[in-house]
Ligand binder design. Structure first.
Ligand SMILES: Cc1ncc(COP(=O)(O)O)c(C=O)c1O
Length: 362
């Protein structure tokens, strides 16, 4: 097996989900498993979630939903982005729940539902401040009325999304207020939106309002805090490990890797770790990131290459080929790497490549 690998601790995932369930005030819980469950492996993660009793999963695209159906997942699966009109046949065939915010998509679903003699459950999305998918609030009620009059369309509920629940309380409260008012207005004209979802991990951790009965969680079920360094009752599920594949001692003045961005200032011991940017190990970690070997922090030296990264192991006692390397784990968090390369942990974990085998610990 390839020495570089992603280890997924499913018992931690289970504990994280149980912690969510404990704090959920009995709301419906959607586990967001898009992007291969944020790089964790969507089939194993979804199977575990289903086994624990989670009834809702959120994917990003049709293909992710189909993959889960083919693996035997029977949960409700919502596609969290609005798809194009020509995907309606697959959406209905695979029993996926679309997110809807345009008339043409709504009509395409209705036509296809009629043709296949199937009811199509949908969530209608309103944009209360995310600025991505969603009707403007002033369009929402009219759209609901249109949807209600469409053949074979069953409105399950409404959804919206929070862009800054971790950082802007006023803005988030306003979004929730708008969302609640729209739900109330819909009710007053006889449209009972039974399921309403707006809270993501940050929304759940910092607001957890009683007004909406479904939460849609990604980051924290994978044990990653919403804010760097924040202590939470959720433990990281993913670790990334490798083993040293080569070691050499170089003299002073020796250059390392492409473009010769690192020149040794003293004789030193250099190890090659067989993971590179083609594995999703970001090239911006060149000369900035670090890994851990035998409990010692080993800086990355030179540029990260496609398949390999060099680290300074001069201070690691008795280091040898085959030694275990921690890339993400107890000493290096996804947040640590994200901060070095100027991104968010979502990107770090979801980009861990397909070349890295996923090893599941039960
Ligand atoms: C529409 C939608 N809902 C929920 C989530 C989950 O967010 P988080 O991982 O912050 O819980 C995402 C993630 O990007 C999303 O796009």
């Amino acid at each position: 097996m390839r020495p570089s690998r992603v280890e997924i601790d499913l018992s931690r995932f289970e504990r994280n989900l149980k912690e969510v369930i404990k704090n959920s005030k009995e709301k419906l819980i959607m586990a967001v498993v898009k992007a291969d469950a944020y790089g964790h492996g969507s089939i194993a993660i979804s199977s575990k979630a289903q086994a624990i009793g989670i009834k809702w999963l959120g994917v990003g695209i049709v293909e992710e939903g189909i993959e889960l159906r083919n693996a035997g997942i029977t949960c409700n699966i919502q596609i969290l982005s609005q798809e194009l009109d020509d995907r309606v046949e697959e959406i209905i065939k695979y029993n996926l729940i679309p997110t809807v915010c345009s008339r043409s998509f709504l009509f395409a679903l209705s036509r296809e539902g009629k043709r296949l003699k199937k009811n199509v459950p949908i969530f209608v999305k309103v944009d209360t401040g995310m600025g991505r998918y969603g009707l403007l609030p002033e369009e929402f009620i009219y759209f609901l009325k249109t949807a209600r009059s469409c053949d074979n369309i069953e409105i399950l509920g409404a959804m919206s999304h929070l862009p800054s629940a971790d950082s802007d309380e006023d803005f988030t409260m306003n979004q929730m207020k708008t969302f609640k008012e729209l739900i109330d207005t819909a009710k007053s004209i006889g449209i009972d939106l039974k399921i309403n979802q707006i809270e993501n991990s940050a929304g759940f951790l910092y607001f957890n309002t009683p007004h909406f009965n479904m939460i849609r969680l990604g980051l924290i079920i994978y044990g990653i805090p919403v804010k760097k360094g924040e202590r939470i009752n959720y433990q990281p599920v993913m670790s990334v490990k490798s083993r040293i594949s080569f070691i050499k001692t170089i003299p002073k003045g020796f250059s390392i890797s492409y473009s010769r961005t690192f020149i040794s200032k003293r004789p030193m011991k250099v190890a090659v770790v067989p993971i590179g940017y083609a594995d999703g190990y970001d090239r911006h970690l060149s000369n900035k990131g670090y890994m851990f070997v035998k409990g010692k922090k080993c800086p990355i030296i030179g540029n990260v290459t496609m398949d390999g990264t060099m680290i300074d192991v001069t201070d690691v006692k008795d280091v040898s080929i085959g030694d275990e390397v921690e890339i993400i784990g107890e000493n290096v968090s996804a947040w640590d790497l994200a901060e070095i390369i100027g991104t968010i942990p979502y990107e770090v974990v979801s980009r861990m490549g397909k070349r890295l085998p996923r090893i599941f610990k039960y």
